[in-house]
Write a protein that binds this ligand. Sequence first.
Ligand code: AMP
Length: 215
Amino acid sequence: MRVVLLGAPGAGKGTHCKRIVARYGLLHLSSGDILRRERAEGTALGKKAQSYMDAGTLVPDDLIVEMMSKAIQAARAGGYVLDGFPRTVRQAEALDRALAKGNNGIDVVINLQVNDNVVVERITGRRSCPKCGAVYHVKNMPPKRDGVCDHDGAALVQRPDDTAEVVKNRLATYYEQTEPVVEYYKARRDVRDVPADGEADAVAATLFEELDALK
Ligand code: AMP
């Protein structure tokens, strides 16, 4: 199964991808995670991406398309879920061209729908472990000990692009450049809208119903 997961920043793409991966045995291909890894390793791509990411704007399409094409190729025949990509209509077109070559269509596009006030609350409260990548929320999913990862005891950090100021830019970027991707897919593919303001378990239940029906 090949799934594209769309949604505003903070819609729960990362959280639900983890659950989808666990349930259906798919590979998780997250453009944001790959970029953060490239940055941590100090690669040329990571350095190029840095300023865009910190400002809450998008990394240029060409860089992203090349990076994600490699990741998709590496996934080969296996199923995967794309998280954070495509984020512009140009990226969606490039993905369609790349997949048409290998005859590997996308089976379904899931569109997580969330209100702006929920996005701001979720993102500004998000904290993550720099060591193992576990994600927490100061109110909704706090660690057992304040500011400390449950798994490895590392001090939790706030992503530099999760501050209130940058979140505003990320939302504006989403409406301007990524929302049109939903329309692009609605004209071409099976798109399922999933309301995602609620608790993660309830959202996941709806999401799984949609995906189970495809099996
Ligand atoms: P995310 O973790 O998906 O919220 O992504 C974090 C940041 O990485 C975004 O704010 C962008 O700067 C960059 N990024 C991730 N995916 C893409 C993409 N598909 N196109 C352009 N920039 C991206």
